[in-house]
Design a protein around this ligand. Structure first.
Ligand SMILES: [Zn+2]
Length: 278
């Protein structure tokens, strides 16, 4: 079984996303690759896939949670709905409760660098408290981005250490291994039993990806890492192939190989079971 913990969905025709998305958090190329049918088909490469939009008004990402839920309802046996809550939006806790209670969200997606609220902001702490109380895991974007206007500091995995200590029963997944702060992410997930990371959107930077995998091995932290694709930026199948082919990067250079067992373990990890939402 392969579970993809990280796929995006939005409706490209959504009036909030114009055809020129270059100034937004969504590159135009990704927007062209997104459609309901394409998401539906490409996610068939895995057994189950988590699906979320990203609500981030500051970055003009006004993706309604209902749009995402509608997509999940096309294949509820294999797609899992996560709500996305923008803490800067009026009524954000009501939206959290609505999407949890009425739309049956299984988890939450946050992106402080897109939303403009620091990971330790009071409003985010309220979301963490609700999530902990209701056993909703959080996937949080912790990585650099091309989107401008919010301090890069808001994307530092370092702050999630304090969050993990404050909310010991809240399970959180730091997306993209927190690139380029991969060492920082490993330090943080290693010491906090409730923190994990996903490996999405990394394989296409081969040198960084190889180093990330090797660091996970050296710190003995690969058990805290989940498979994810970041569709539509890459597809689940491309991501599986990218991970399986990791040892092609270093070839006969003499650099250590990543063992097939570790690759298989990451690909086949039961992330949904570990997060308590299977
Ligand atoms: Zn993403």
């Amino acid at each position: 079984m392969i579970y993809d913990i990280h796929t995006h969905y939005w409706n490209p025709e959504d009036t909030s996303l114009t055809s020129d998305t270059s100034h937004l958090g969504i590159p135009a190329a990704a927007n062209r690759k997104m459609s309901s049918d394409r998401h539906f088909e490409e996610t068939k490469a895995v057994d189950r896939a988590v699906v979320f939009g990203l609500r981030a008004l500051k970055s003009s990402m006004n993706i309604p949670n209902d749009t995402v839920k509608k997509q999940v309802d096309r294949a509820p046996e294999r797609l899992i709905f996560f709500t996305s809550i923008d803490p800067t939006e009026k009524g954000y806790l009501d939206e959290l409760e609505r999407t949890h209670m009425d739309l049956h969200a299984k988890g939450i997606k946050l992106g402080p660098i897109y939303q403009g609220a620091h990971p330790l902001d009071r409003r985010n702490l309220e979301i963490y408290a609700y999530a902990q109380k209701h056993n909703l895991p959080i996937v949080i974007h912790m990585a650099t981005t091309y989107a401008r206007g919010v301090p890069l500091d808001y994307a530092r995995p370092f702050y999630m250490d304090e969050v993990a200590i404050k909310f010991p029963d809240l399970k959180m997944v730091l997306a993209h291994l927190g690139h380029p702060w991969i060492g920082e992410t490993i330090a943080v997930i290693r010491r906090n039993p409730n923190l994990y990371a996903d490996i999405s959107a990394l394989y296409y930077r081969p040198w960084q990806f190889y180093n990330a995998m090797q660091l996970l091995v050296e710190y003995g932290t690969w058990e805290k890492v989940f498979f994810g694709s970041d569709f539509p930026f890459t597809t689940p199948q491309e991501s599986i192939d990218g991970i399986r082919n990791i040892n092609h990067i270093t070839g006969n250079s003499g650099l250590p190989r990543i063992s097939d067992e570790i690759i298989d373990e990451i690909l086949c990890r039961n992330s949904l079971g570990i997060l308590g939402i299977e």
